[in-house]
Design a protein around this ligand. Sequence first.
Ligand SMILES: Nc1nc2c(c(=O)[nH]1)N[C@H]1C(S)=C(S)[C@@H](COP(=O)(O)OP(=O)(O)OC[C@H]3O[C@@H](n4cnc5c(=O)[nH]c(N)nc54)[C@H](O)[C@@H]3O)O[C@H]1N2
Ligand SMILES: Nc1nc2c(c(=O)[nH]1)N[C@H]1C(S)=C(S)[C@@H](COP(=O)(O)OP(=O)(O)OC[C@H]3O[C@@H](n4cnc5c(=O)[nH]c(N)nc54)[C@H](O)[C@@H]3O)O[C@H]1N2
Ligand code: SF4
Ligand SMILES: [Mo]
Length: 749
Amino acid sequence: MKTRRDFIKISALGTGGLAAAGGAYKWAKGSEIMNKLSGEAADKNLKLNRYPTYCEVCFWKCAGWTHTDDSGKIIKIIGNDNDPHSNGRMCPRGTGGIGMYYDEDRLKTPLIRTTKKGKQTFRKASWDEALEVIAKNFNKIKQKYGPEAVAGFFHGSPGSHLGHTLHAFGSHTEAHPSYAQCRGPREVGFAATFGSGVGSPEPTDIRDTKCLVLIGSHIGENMHNGQVQEMADAIDKGASIITVDPRFSTAASKSKFWLPIKPSTDIALLMAWIHVIINNELYDKKYVEQYAYGFKELKEHVKKMTPEWAYGITTIEPSSIRKTAYEMAAASPAAIIHPGRHATWYGDDTQRERAIAILNALLGSWGRRGGFYFKEAMSLPEYPTPEPPHPKWDWKDIHGDKYPLAALPVSNALVEATIPENNPKHQIRSWLVAGTNLPLTLPNKDQTIKAIQELEFMAVVDTMPMEVTGYADVVLPECTYLERYDYIRAAPHREPHIALRMPAAKPKYESKPAWWIAKKLGEKLGLEKYFPWENIEEVLDWQLYRAGSSLEEMKKVGVKKFERAYGAPYLKEGEDYEFYTNSGKIELYSTEMENAGFDPMPSFTQHEEPPENFYRLIYGRTPAHTFSRTANNPNLVDLKAEPLLWINPKVARIWGIENEQYIWLKNQDDKITQFPVKVRVTERIRWDSVFMPHGFGHSIKRLSRTYGKGASDAEMITNVKVDPVMGGTGMRANFVTFLTEEPKTETRS
Ligand SMILES: Nc1nc2c(c(=O)[nH]1)N[C@H]1C(S)=C(S)[C@@H](COP(=O)(O)OP(=O)(O)OC[C@H]3O[C@@H](n4cnc5c(=O)[nH]c(N)nc54)[C@H](O)[C@@H]3O)O[C@H]1N2
Ligand SMILES: Nc1nc2c(c(=O)[nH]1)N[C@H]1C(S)=C(S)[C@@H](COP(=O)(O)OP(=O)(O)OC[C@H]3O[C@@H](n4cnc5c(=O)[nH]c(N)nc54)[C@H](O)[C@@H]3O)O[C@H]1N2
Ligand code: SF4
Ligand SMILES: [Mo]
């Protein structure tokens, strides 16, 4: 039975949560941990134990060592010297990761939705009871509609465990926001060009590059560790950085050229660069001749896309466009036009990524030193379990004719398929969510909530009481990454390698690791045969043994490197090479796009302009936080407690807004932010845009350090431009105006 889900504030639970949190906040500030964090109190007599881990504070997954003192207390995390993701150094967020473990606002027990005196609330439950309720509901849905009607929304490590349970149950309806809200268009655009996506970590050979072009990619605020370190090294070695950003970002401040582009016009700039490089014969002729397909067509296509044409669109001077094109060509092939990572901007994102890929191809940078290296990952054998049942339908049926080049499920398509009004052929009835805060992560929150209200049942696995947990019927508390094993990290890099995560302490409270939750839920669902092991150590040891290592060895070394098995990371001069495209070549003219009914070569299309007195909302990262997951972290709150809204001085003057004033934002659809945001008046942003970091504006009172701190960009993202090629949600077509007085509550979003 469908019941309307009231949003339940977990603060209603327990006693004295806020008071206790206040005390602990002070404790954390003046504590040994904070001193250790800043490296001030290195007590030489302290005996430390160390346990290998890889970080879960963001998806760079740096490997490091968690240190505990002789009483078993977690003291610090430092990088593993042998790890190519971290090179022995964690970023401030990774160092502060222990705040996740110590956060006393954490979820502590399983919770079940119940009604008391007509009011919905959560009650504490045992694991046995909570898992029983989930299993009962999933099996009910399986009987009524088939197992396919249960969908998974996962991000990060817990998804690999719970995904196994979902598959064993009979559903492949599973989505991750890292695709349709993040890197999807980039993967599709690069695959259509080079026959291979970019993947994570990006195989950008930044340490040896001579020219790095960042187009809406803000390394420096985007703190992906190894990449930031390599960029610093490249700058030291004299590489030139070209940053294209409406905002004077950290990267822009390190750049030889900053092109403050009018937002939403990047494709015009990219095409003009291609024009200059072709017309002035600056491209890598031998490389293009040997490896590329469709050069003649491309040359014809860009004929009229001159810097003068692009100037009218982008506001970038033709002379700057030419100068920067020459700069890249001088560095070729050691030049990188960075593909970015959060690529879902304006709905034509696959085409923008295609333009970036084409430019790289012309400069001969794919497979070349200082460009992109050919990555290699260690492949670990899967622990043998029976073949899962074959679902009658899955995400591909949900997509139908839409998004023909989507290689992975699109989260927003799964949300749409949950709403009966959309007449989905395959309706989703239940969600299992783990490691993703959907109301802040998916654009168009109203639609997400509407879908949730249609569900017959929703279970959420999280470490914290978050916006998403408030809508669950059952909440399961996962322990933090410092308290658990997960699968081996076998990410690609210059050298194949593996990294182990193991617990440094017992799970606090009643929290449990996702592998345990996945197995126990599986058993409750009658799927024991898919979990023919006692614990995950058994699985890891089995896999590691076959890869030429063991759990015992990995506990000692944390990271192990292997020889490359599939050739050199760079092309040799004139080497024969077949790309995984239809033509076997790098496709400047994409046959794959053409066959799917899209333009084989990118073109600029005009996007909406802000209405009068509105400004484009651009958002991004802030160095000390990751999305919404760290906003309450006791250590990281100290580094940055609230977001700032960047406004150009000219605009601030017109509005009479002062630096550090708190204001509310209203968007083009009359949505108003729940909380005000502090203004930073700065020349570092164009007048037509405002900038704010993502991940703040939490509405959960139980998040005692971050509740009500700043506005949430997600509340303002109601105009979503979906990429027809692969379903990515363009989120930058939203415009805001300013409210200097506190708005009446009933008008708020
Ligand atoms: N408005 C807006 N939306 C965006 C973006 C943006 O910039 N602005 N960025 C987009 C991008 S690029 C991405 S990749 C996505 C990221 O999307 P998400 O990964 O959903 O981002 P978070 O807000 O960090 O939410 C993570 C959730 O996982 C929980 N969590 C953290 N660690 C663990 C764990 O170990 N186990 C479990 N079970 N749960 C855990 C956290 O408490 C939190 O509830 O967001 C996308 N959406
Ligand atoms: N500290 C920290 N680092 C992170 C993360 C985090 O949460 N915190 N998240 C990680 C993840 S999952 C991702 S996907 C990456 C995202 O990181 P990136 O892909 O590097 O960056 P975005 O967040 O998309 O980019 C924001 C930049 O684009 C600019 N911009 C806005 N509109 C336009 C436009 O129209 N044209 C151009 N040229 N520029 C524009 C903004 O001013 C801003 O500087 O960061 C990763 N690194
Ligand atoms: S970049 Fe920082 S937060 Fe991300 S995994 Fe590495 S140490 Fe952790
Ligand atoms: Mo992302």
